[in-house]
Design a protein around this ligand. Structure first.
Ligand code: PMP
Ligand code: GLU
Length: 392
């Protein structure tokens, strides 16, 4: 048989999903594993959203959507939401939005629409697991901009500027950030915009965690800054905010020329997102929003509990987070690298966590714990950690 794809053979599998699968398989086999690996809310999708999807299916909305980029009520709901909550003008929803099967596909469409072979993409590190692979698959070259933990992973124009070359095409920004839990300040957002404008770069703004910001902070969308809407490709979705990871619905908002290319790519690959999820999207965005605040407040309480409890354990240092639902502690006395640490956690404490190296070289020394997990399991995890921390 002839050789299989070299491109895919050298592509690493997503470590978050791999650890998640492993933890679930161990649980299914009867092991008492506490899964702090994949970021999947333990909450159920709000009932009125489920009801809207069920009603759509019962009403026969089981065919391709029209138009394929998304049913008009959903495009309009997204446009209204972007203007209302994010200060991003979307004057022409039919030409500026595409609904996608999950935020992840929105990111890949965004990269595919802007990159030519050899184009460089700046990625703030620690970065979400899939960024470098997505850039590579889309024909680009990922360039890490390492943000030091000692400086609370602060983004500055100088740090970005230092990695800009004539081949730089785009900056990928995840705000709020998985895995660091940072929420960008207005100074940081402005610094990114200034570098993008000065060097004529696109910004791929992954704002999937926009609703999960704590302590009364406000999420700032990069596309809302002056002159940024035309060069920013904003990706959001229902996944995290509405506890809808399994539904696979996100969206990409960008200038019409970009959406035209994304639509072309969709037409030759996935075609569209699932029609009934588009009906659920209308219900989610136009319906009551109290559930979001309830879930966010629960994550914030879990954060408060976990950060304190982890810092009380000798050998663990954990900074507090401003948003998203991941903690990124360091094991200060351990001689193990993060892969070995994650293995040891599974082995000795039956805790599934993602090794920091999955998020780039500057993630080494850390592991990631998802606090989208029930409080009861977080308490059990801390109790186990306290017992085994000295052996890690
Ligand atoms: N961006 C980040 C930073 C994420 O953590 C995730 C994982 N859910 C996604 C995008 C994609 O989310 P989904 O495809 O599940 O909507
Ligand atoms: N985004 C989640 C995480 O980082 C889910 C896994 C994934 O999509 O990679 O854990």
């Amino acid at each position: 048989m002839k050789e299989l794809s070299q491109r895919l053979q050298t592509l690493p599998a997503s470590m978050t999903l791999a650890v998640n699968d492993k933890a679930k398989a161990m649980q299914a086999a009867g092991a008492d594993v506490i899964a702090l690996a994949g970021g999947d809310p333990d909450f159920d999708t709000p009932e009125h959203i489920v009801a809207a999807a069920v009603a759509a299916l019962a009403a026969g909305h089981t065919h391709y959507p029209a138009p394929m980029i998304g049913i008009l009520p959903a495009l309009e709901a997204v446009a209204a939401k972007m203007e209302r909550e994010n200060d991003i003008p979307v004057p022409d929803p039919r030409r500026q939005i595409i609904l996608t099967p999950g935020g992840k596909w929105g990111l890949y469409l965004a990269l595919s629409a802007v990159l030519n072979p050899g184009d460089e993409v700046l990625i703030l590190e620690p970065h979400w697991v899939s960024y470098p692979s997505m850039v590579t698959l889309a024909g680009g070259i990922p360039v890490a901009v390492s943000l030091p933990a000692e400086d609370n992973f602060q983004v500055t124009a100088e740090r970005l500027q230092a990695r800009v070359t004539p081949r730089t095409k785009a900056i990928m920004v995840n705000n709020p950030c998985n895995p660091t839990g940072r929420v960008l300040t207005s100074e940081e957002v402005e610094a990114i915009a200034a570098v993008a404008l000065a060097a004529d770069l696109y910004v791929i703004a992954d704002e999937i965690y926009e609703k999960l910001v704590f302590d009364g902070r406000r999420h700032l969308s990069i596309a809302a800054l002056p002159h940024m809407a035309e060069r920013t490709l904003t990706v959001m979705g229902l996944t995290k905010s509405y506890a809808m990871t399994g539904w696979r619905l996100g969206w990409l908002v960008a200038a019409p020329d970009i959406i035209r290319l994304a639509t072309r790519m969709n037409s030759q690959t996935v075609s569209c997102a699932a029609t009934f999820t588009m009906h659920a999207c209308v219900a989610a965005l136009n319906g009551p929003q109290e559930n979001i605040a309830t879930m966010r407040d629960a994550y914030q309480r879990r954060r408060d509990f976990m950060v304190q409890a982890l810092n009380d354990i000798k050998g663990i240092k954990c900074r507090s987070i401003e948003g998203a639902f991941y903690l990124f502690p360091r094991f200060t006395h351990s001689q193990r690298n993060s892969l070995e640490l994650a293995d040891a956690l599974l082995d000795k404490a039956r805790i599934a966590a993602v090794p920091g190296i999955a998020f780039g070289r500057s993630g080494e020394g850390h592991v990631r714990f998802a606090i989208s997990t029930a409080q009861h399991d977080l308490e059990r995890a801390v109790a186990r950690l306290a017992k085994v921390a000295h052996e890690l």
